[in-house]
Structure formats: C-alpha cells, structure tokens
Design a protein around this ligand. Structure first.
Ligand code: ARG
Length: 471
C-alpha cells in the first residue's frame, strides 16, 4: 500500500510483529459497513460516479460473503483487516476499488470500525445486564420476608431482610448499568472524515457518513478523533466496577454457604466436588467469578498505561487497544450469564439463619432505641445495653433467656414490658426509615427497581432503534 516511498521490502519478522489480523479480522463485517457508508458519501459529494459506487458496494458485499464462508483467507503481508478487504476489492473490481480510500486513513477507519463493533457488543451486554437485574428483583421479591443476620466487620450487626440484602447488590449493579450506558453514549460519534489526523482537502460530508452509520453526529475534533480511546475506557470502567461488585457478592455467598454460616443454599448444579474428599461441595463458580475480577481490572490498567504519555495523535501503540478489550468483553459477558443463572437458583435455610441469631444479642440496638423512646439519651442507653450484653455473656444466656426478674434487675427502665415485643422479625419490620430494611421499604425498593429496569430497557431499545444492521 505504501510501496511508492520505499525501496526495500518489509522484513519477515516485521510483518509478523506489526500485523493485527489476529485482533481485527473479526471486525470484517463492521469494516465493510463503514466502507459502504464512506463510498455512498463519496458519491453524494461527486467523488465517485453512481456506477463506481455501485461496483464498490456490490464488491464489498461479496467480500463479506467470501469472509463469512471462509473462502477469503487474509494474508499477513496485508497487515490488517482494512487492507485485506481493500486489496481484495481492487482485485475484484479494479480502478473503482482503488478510489474507495479517498479522503480516508486507517486511523479514522479503525476508529469507526471498532466503535460500530463495540456498540453492538455493549447493546447486547446491556440486555444481559437487564436480565441480571431482573433476576435479582425476582429473588428479592421471593425473599422479602426472609430474615438473615446483617453484618458489619463480618460480625453480626442487625437483622435484615434477605430481599433488602439482594437489593443492595441490585442497586450497585444498576449504577454499573448506567456506566455501561454511558459508554454507549460516549462511543456514539462518527470518526470517519477525520482522515489521518487533520481532515481532508476534499469536500467530505461527515454528517452524511455519521447518519449513514446511525451516529447522531460526527466527532468534533479530527486530532482527538484518531488519538483518543476514552470510549473504551468508559467500557473498562463499567467492567472493572461491575467485576468488583460481582466479586463482593460472590465472596458473601461463599461465606454464607460455608458450614460456619450455613444459611445460604447453593444449587448443586453450580458447585463441584472434590477428587479426594467425598463430603465436599465447593462453590467453584462463585470463586471463578471472584477470580476473574483481576483480569478485568488489569485490562483497564493495560489501556491506561498504553495511553499515558502517548503523543498526539495516532500512534501504532493504539493497535494494542483491542487485545484487552476483546478479552474483557468475552469474560464480562460470561460473568453476567453465570451470575444470572446462579441467582435464579439460590435459596435460604431460614431455620439455620434464625439459629445463628438465637441468642438475640443482634437486637441490642433495638433495646437501646427502646430506651431512647423512653427519653433516655442514646449514649446512656448504649452503655446500659452494653452492660446488659456483658451480663448475658457472663451468665451464658441470650437476651431471650432472661427472666422477667433479670430484665427488671439489669434494665429497670424497661419495666420488663419489652419482653413480648422483642423478636428478630419485628426488628426488621420496624426499620421503616426510607431505604431501610423494613419489609415495606424493601417492597418500595423493589417497585422502584422494576420501574428502573423497564425504563432502562426502553432507553436501550430507543438507542438501538435506527441503527444499521451489521451481520
Ligand atoms: N491496524 C491498525 C490499528 O488497529 C490500523 C491503523 C493503522 N494505522 C497506521 N497508520 N499504521 O490501529
């Protein structure tokens, strides 16, 4: 392609080292779609005749079929997907094909191609995320009245609704969804026409190509267009935080299903056994979900480090942007699917959860707040109940085991009349603060969540409505 300027051949090692076919051959259909848009634009501004444009378009579509059926095999000498397709086009249709690259560089070409591909990928991923969010909503609804211990510092703190706990993850994943959608927005500008870096002396119509490819507008600055990969980092930011959220959920589930906690029930179908220890049921899927998080964050770091200090504008370093992106997309997609499927099948052993809270000490805050209701300053109440807990521990008793006399002795302010009201279930029910664990509050969160997922879905469908179909 650049033979004019050179006298020597490219060295063998250089061909192998600089080619990007292993990364970009999968983009062929998107490259073709971008080229068709470019050709139509060239015709519209008079740089191609109707006949030339028609031959280019037909040729490109045929090449698409050749690639899909495996008859066109790319060669390393032609370096990347762009040049393989263009050279095949020239081979097929001659001089008209040689006009396709008018006013275009691979710098704006690769940028548009990847954005088209990523847009499709992220739309699919957004749909998968909606399924994950819906699975969490269903599970939360099923377990709205299921009570589990809530933990801070991994020590029993206050009882909560398991539905509330699940809605916590829902809330985090909803923010991830918004970040994913933000990436869909930031990639949604058309790079074509930026050329190598500076635009073109030819009368290219950038708005035409943008509309043709379903982008609301062309990018604003040609230098930035070929230099930046922010939209990829926007995806990576979503992916990293999603993976971190995912790994925290998994860590919880691994703990809660272990013998020591034992109140979370994992489906056999998502666990594996041990080759040696017959009794084992290991939560390998959860561990792998947790374990894949490092790669996802790593792919984000990879691109950050590549971009840092990179001179304006395009540098060949940018070719490496795809490696981590592809890996991340594949892994995150698998993670969403696995987690969604697993969530559909987890259950709670309620007796076991209750047994873990049987000493009632998890209700200490409730007792203190009862004293507050009777006018005692909270700090004082806290100390009194702290003393009560100390006595319980010393006597080897739980709160529920204290006799009326012991209550009167240890907390005379209560006159023993808290006895009947003290229950784990009631403790959850009474936490009616907005966003709290009270069963009604959880119902409210679920209602809000259902509406939010519905809205997200509509937003995605609106976004996707007028996009060109690329197969
Ligand atoms: N394969 C290249 C990439 O992925 C295409 C752009 C090459 N541009 C260049 N001036 N060498 O980034």
């Amino acid at each position: 392609m650049w033979k004019g300027r050179f006298t020597g051949q490219t060295a063998q090692i250089v061909q192998r080292f600089t080619q990007s076919l292993d990364l970009d051959w999968r983009l062929a259909a998107y490259d073709i779609r971008g080229s068709i848009a470019h050709a139509r634009m060239l015709r519209s501004v008079g740089l191609l005749t109707d006949d030339e444009e028609r031959r280019i378009e037909t040729g490109l579509l045929e090449i698409g079929t050749e690639i899909a059926s495996g008859t066109l095999v790319p060669t390393q000498e032609l370096e990347d997907v762009h040049m393989n397709i263009e050279s095949r086009l020239i081979e097929k249709i001659g001089p008209a094909g040689a006009k396709l690259h008018t006013g275009r560089s691979r710098n704006d070409q690769v940028a548009v191609t990847v954005r088209l591909f990523l847009r499709d990928q992220l739309l699919g991923m957004a749909e998968d995320m909606e399924a994950l969010l819906s699975a969490l909503l269903r599970l939360a609804e099923r377990h709205r009245l299921t009570v589990i211990p809530g933990y801070t510092h991994l020590q029993q703190a206050q009882p909560v609704s398991f539905g509330h706990y699940l809605m916590a993850h829902f809330t985090a994943f909803s923010r991830d969804y918004d970040r994913l959608f933000y990436a869909l927005r930031s990639l949604n500008e058309c790079p074509l026409g930026a050329g190598a870096l500076a635009g073109s002396t030819l009368p290219l119509d950038r708005h035409f190509t943008a509309a043709e490819l379903g982008f609301p507008s062309p990018t604003r600055n040609s230098l930035d267009t070929v230099a930046q990969r922010d939209y990829m980092l926007d995806y990576h930011s979503f992916a990293s935080l999603f993976a971190v959220h995912c790994s925290r959920l998994c860590e919880d589930f691994i703990l809660y299903s272990s013998q020591e906690f034992g109140w979370l029930l994992l489906p056999d179908s998502f666990c594996t056994g041990s080759s040696m220890m017959p009794q084992k049921k290991n939560a390998d899927v959860l561990e792998l979900l947790r374990g894949k998080t490092g790669q996802i964050v790593g792919h984000q770091m990879d691109l950050y480090v590549t971009l840092k200090g990179l001179p304006m504008t395009y540098d060949r370093d940018l070719q490496e942007d795809k490696r981590g992106l592809w890996a991340s997309l594949a892994t995150v997609s698998d993670m969403i699917h696995a987690l969604t499927a697993l969530l559909c099948e987890v259950d709670v052993n309620e007796e076991r959860a209750a047994a873990g809270m049987a000493d009632g000490l998890i209700l200490a805050t409730d007792v203190a707040e009862e004293l507050v209701r009777r006018g005692i300053p909270f700090r004082e109440a806290h100390e009194k109940v702290g003393h009560l807990v100390k006595e319980c521990l010393a006597r080897g008793k739980g709160l529920f085991d204290l006799s009326r006399e012991e209550w009167a002795e240890l907390l005379p302010e209560l006159d023993g009349d808290l006895l009947g009201n003290l229950s784990i279930h009631a403790a959850v029910e009474r936490r009616k603060t907005f966003g709290g664990t009270g069963f009604d509050q959880v119902a409210e969160q679920i209602r809000y969540g259902v509406a939010a997922v519905e809205e997200a879905k509509e937003r995605r469908e609106r976004y996707a409505a007028d996009l060109p179909v690329i197969e």
